[in-house]
Design a binder for this molecule. Structure first.
Ligand code: H2B
Length: 96
């Protein structure tokens, strides 16, 4: 069940394989830093297509070359496997 709320132990274990991400309350957060605005916006565009396909969308903010992301499953009220999956895909897309 992809939308089952994960407990903190499960999340902390999964974060070992998700560099840059950390648990903040009931969300996962990471700030990605790029050389400039175009790279940051390109990343957001690539993630948007993945998120739409997953029907699972990030809460995020862009400031020039930085993209600050908060992930949670709103319908479940916390972190689920969908957030871990989207975090992993974002990490893969952010690699040069
Ligand atoms: N994204 C996130 N992050 N959490 C959700 O619970 C969620 C979503 N629900 N994208 C989806 C869309 C839902 O609102 C639609 C109706 O399926």
């Amino acid at each position: 069940m992809q939308r089952r709320l994960l407990d903190n132990n499960e999340i902390v274990a999964a974060l070992e394989k998700l560099p840059g991400w950390s648990l903040h309350g009931r969300t996962l957060q990471r700030t990605f830093v790029f050389p400039g605005f175009v790279e940051a916006f390109g990343f957001m565009s690539a993630v948007a297509l993945v998120a739409e396909r997953m029907n699972h969308h990030p809460d995020w903010q862009n400031a020039y070359n930085k993209v600050s992301v908060t992930l949670s499953t709103h319908d479940a009220g916390g972190v689920t496997a969908l957030d871990l999956e989207l975090a992993a895909r974002m990490n893969a897309l952010a690699r040069p």
